[in-house]
Design a protein around this ligand. Structure first.
Ligand code: H79
Length: 434
């Protein structure tokens, strides 16, 4: 990991990959896990499994033949590409990545490579990915696919299934050659420009073979961004571990991934959805480190988004409508996290994300060694009172606080020193927080 961070930092400093520009500005993505597991909802033979719904086949050690029968009942008649794309748009999402095939091996699109797909093996008989790619792009949202390139529990030579198949007898290269690579080619050929191909869980290939895979895919779409989980230190941007935010700011293109409740794939009995406040604060926290948040939602087997996801994402979008300037197109905050919250920055602007409201109505911002011209509440442009004490500014919190995150914009002339480089300490405050 240390090596990985070093490499990514070096790459970011050396030469900016121009293809990552849109991605770095986007800040907020939607991840969608949708497959046969969505129909099962974390239940097999009447037994509830908690954790990650898309791992059900593995958790319950379901024989391939039994699992394949689920396809015959998979009929997401409620799926409406425009509704999903509208939700993403309303939520302030800038890119969407959906599972074309997860570890279960089922293709959620029209694949000629394997019959184990939604068009051939399911009563639905249509390609939802076609409709979704069109609806998403129509709204100015970048579209991309998740594809499990190594783990495939359906295939005798795919990685990960050790209950039906003997892992030691597998020919992984055969699996890559006959399913993984041809399916990836279909995805990169038949669905227009893909903003992202989200590889996950590498395995079975050495560095040279991984490079060949990347090159052959980039030959089809040079501008498409590949996640670092393609393996062997390759990929166009860095994806952190599942539900991980780095401790310190990181330059370059990177992403944190979280899921809305506790599972990626739909689970009937998981109601632990993050509130709008939690989503907004997570987004601010990730942006304050310089990265993107891709938040996952898990629609059910009929094609319905969970009602909590619809409600909470829309509310997140409302906050972004008036506070989006403090997120989109920003880079990491120039001072470290403070007791009241975190910061993001843009040229001439420091955005204060006040996540904890101080009881005395004042916040202290250290390390502002520039000429401040104005401090105002971003959402309504109301000026805020402030005073300077050395390099600190003390800002009076406005009367109308936002329940989720009150953003104050500090406007200044000149260049604010990078507080991280100058190692400005996190200041302690004498008062407590609501
Ligand atoms: O697609 C999501 C996960 O299914 C996938 N990556 C994200 C984006 C992923 N693949 N492998 N892993 C994550 C790591 C494996 C975690 C596990 Fe478990 C721990 C497998 C079994 C124990 C989590 C908990 C899944 C089942 C129980």
């Amino acid at each position: 990991i240390a090596q990985d961070i070093e490499r990514w930092d070096k790459q970011a400093n050396e030469k900016e990959n121009p293809n990552t520009k849109w991605f770095k500005e986007a800040k907020f993505g939607m991840f969608i896990h949708w497959g046969l597991y969505s129909k099962l909802g974390g239940v097999w033979n009447g037994k509830d499994y908690y954790g990650s719904g898309e791992w059900l086949m593995h958790q319950a050690k379901v024989p391939v033949a039994d699992y394949a029968k689920v396809a015959k009942e998979f009929n997401p008649v409620k799926f409406n590409a425009d509704e999903w794309a509208d939700l993403a748009k309303d939520a302030g999402i800038k890119y969407m990545v959906i599972t074309a095939k997860h570890h279960e091996g089922f293709a959620m699109y029209d694949s000629k490579v394997s019959d184990f797909n939604i068009v051939k093996a399911s009563p639905y008989g249509k390609d939802p990915m076609k409709a979704l790619s069109v609806a998403t792009r129509k709204r100015g949202i970048e579209f991309g696919f998740y594809y499990s390139q190594f783990l495939d529990w359906h295939e005798p030579n795919g990685g990960g299934n050790n209950w039906d198949f003997d892992e030691t007898k597998k020919d992984y290269l055969k699996y890559y050659k006959e399913k993984s690579i041809p399916q990836l080619k279909e995805l990169l050929t038949n669905y227009g420009n893909l903003g992202i191909v989200w590889f996950d869980m590498p395995g079975g290939l050495d560095k040279k073979q991984t490079q060949e895979l990347v090159d052959s895919m980039h030959a089809l779409q040079p501008k498409s961004l590949f996640s670092s989980r393609v393996g062997q230190g390759l990929g166009d941007y860095r994806t952190f571990g599942d539900s991980e935010v780095p401790a310190t700011p990181i330059s370059g293109a990177w992403e944190s991934i979280y899921t809305h409740n506790d599972s990626w794939g739909y689970i009937t009995h998981d109601m632990n959805f993050k509130s709008p406040k939690e989503i907004i604060q997570l987004l601010a926290n990730v942006a304050s480190k310089g990265g993107n948040l891709m938040l996952n939602v898990g629609p059910d087997g009929e094609g319905n988004m969970p009602l909590y996801s619809i409600k909470y994402l829309r509310e997140t979008g409302k906050w972004l409508q008036t506070n989006g300037k403090s997120i989109y197109g920003t880079t990491y905050g120039l001072i470290p996290a403070q007791p009241w919250g975190v910061t993001t920055s843009a040229p001439g602007k420091l955005y204060l994300h006040v996540l904890n409201n101080p009881r005395n109505g004042k916040i202290r911002v250290p390390g502002v060694n520039v000429a401040v011209t104005k401090v105002f509440q971003l959402a309504n442009k109301q000026p805020a009172k402030w005073t300077k004490q050395g390099n600190d500014i003390i800002v009076d919190m406005p009367k109308s606080l936002n329940d989720h995150n009150t953003v104050l914009a500090v406007q200044f002339n000149g260049k604010l020193n990078d507080g991280y480089a100058a190692s400005i300490p996190q200041v302690s405050q004498q008062y407590d927080f609501n």
